[in-house]
Design a protein around this ligand. Structure first.
Ligand SMILES: Cc1cc2nc3c(=O)[nH]c(=O)nc-3n(C[C@H](O)[C@H](O)[C@H](O)COP(=O)(O)O)c2cc1C
Length: 397
């Protein structure tokens, strides 16, 4: 008889009831998602990045939908740590949420100030250091694009004594170099990845679409999932003992599985929440269902499994739908669930993304028998019986 499914995971020194978290900046500063999701049931809630003081962010428009994702140029608007502690954090702790506080700064000392203000904050289980922000002491080059600046920001935040996670940018030639600097400076988890640098121009107006103008925006959503999976994979290979949180385009349980197979101990759900504020809970349900369907009793056995896999080339997915179809208009968090998404339709059986498993391997050849290349083509194998398709995973109401 199969045992009970364990979804428990750990991110460094932090133990979580399950591996599905919200991503910073995509579900507000406080309990904005509470009308849609029981926040206590998620692994944790990661709040929008906070600076030591209030910050206005960029002019509107701040979001623009793109094929399979969105561009944003919110610009780290926030109330500052003190106001957040007084106005937003209580709503999260009252609901039993485990809180990951994300901080940012424009100078190394800003990270230290923000971190120090969070010491002893109730319900805060970890500090996520967002280094995808301009460093005023380095001609506004992003901290995340320099191993030294990343290490300095992480070390400054280390004053808090809280478990340190560092959120890295994928816009670098060698992510492992930046990750190494962050780990060396005291980070116990890598959060991979932040948005990709992007831009959109309106041909009719011959003008930038986002209010940040030539500053462009950050690309997120299903379009960047392969980039995030690759980042997680390569960092897991480089740092087998580091904790890793995968983020980028996760909108279904099977996406979380993919991230975990690449090496993530947990995942964060971001842009999917703009289409459906219930997305984090749906990803969690989808992950549990995938595990049950595939006989996985302990979700931790997925972590990094592709690195141990003998067959690294299998493309079939027996979990049902894998095709991403990103249709619809991004809505602000808290908006009524969008009904415009078309993701999650099962592909017809027998197609690449359908429910047909790969054929079984051929039987072993008797010693001395010629291989397929030695003689004529082997006789065709009888088609394997098709199992009943798994229940479809939906990411929309
Ligand atoms: C509107 C918006 C605001 C964001 N704000 C932040 C932020 O304040 N801090 C941060 O570390 N990441 C921020 N991000 C990046 C997300 O946390 C996440 O890393 C990225 O969007 C990729 O994940 P996704 O494809 O699931 O959205 C933001 C993303 C979006 C779309």
């Amino acid at each position: 008889m199969r045992g009970q499914l364990s979804l428990r995971t750990t991110v460094g020194s932090v133990s979580l009831p399950n591996p599905v978290l919200t991503a910073s900046g995509t579900s507000g500063h406080g309990a904005e998602l509470a009308p849609y999701v029981d926040l206590s049931t998620l692994g944790a809630v990661t709040v929008k990045s906070l600076a030591a003081t209030a910050w206005d962010g960029n002019p509107a428009p701040r979001v623009h939908e793109t094929p399979a994702g969105m561009l944003n140029s919110v610009g780290l608007q926030g109330p500052g740590v003190q106001a957040w502690l007084e106005r937003d954090l209580p709503a999260l702790t009252e609901r039993g949420a485990r809180v990951v506080a994300s901080i940012w700064g424009r100078r190394v000392e800003d990270f230290g100030r923000a971190a120090a203000m969070l010491v002893g904050a109730p319900g805060v289980i970890a500090l996520e250091v967002n280094v995808s922000c301009p460093n005023l002491d380095d001609r506004s080059r992003m901290f995340a694009h320099s191993p030294h600046a990343t290490g300095d920001a992480v070390a400054a935040a280390g004053l808090s004594g809280l478990p340190l996670w560092v959120k890295l940018s994928p816009n670098v030639p060698d992510l492992t170099e930046i990750a190494a600097a962050a780990l060396h400076a005291g980070a116990e988890a890598l959060v991979l990845v932040n948005t990709l640098l992007g831009m959109s121009i309106d041909p009719a107006r011959r003008a930038y679409r986002l209010g940040s103008g030539p500053g462009g925006g950050g690309l997120s959503g299903p379009a960047i999932r392969p980039v995030a999976v690759r980042a997680v994979h390569d960092c897991r290979a480089a740092f087998p003992d580091a904790a890793i949180v995968g983020v980028g385009g996760v909108s279904r349980g099977v996406d979380a599985v993919e991230m975990m197979l690449a090496g993530a101990d947990a995942v964060e759900v971001g842009t999917a929440t703009f289409r459906d504020p219930r997305a984090p809970a749906k990803v969690l349900r989808g992950l549990a269902r995938w595990c049950r369907w595939h006989g996985v009793d302990d979700v931790r056995t997925l972590v990094g499994a592709v690195h141990r896999s003998v067959d690294r080339t299998t493309t079939s997915d027996t979990a049902g739908p894998t095709a991403d179809v990103w249709v619809g208009t991004a809505a602000a968090p808290g908006a009524a669930p969008a009904s415009v998404a078309a993701e999650g339709r099962p592909a017809p059986p027998g197609t690449l993304h359908g429910g047909t498993p790969p054929p079984p391997p051929p039987p072993p050849r008797p010693p001395g028998a010629p291989g397929p290349l030695a003689g004529s083509a082997p006789p065709p194998r009888p088609a394997p019986p098709r199992p009943a398709p798994p229940p479809p995973e939906r990411s929309q109401p």
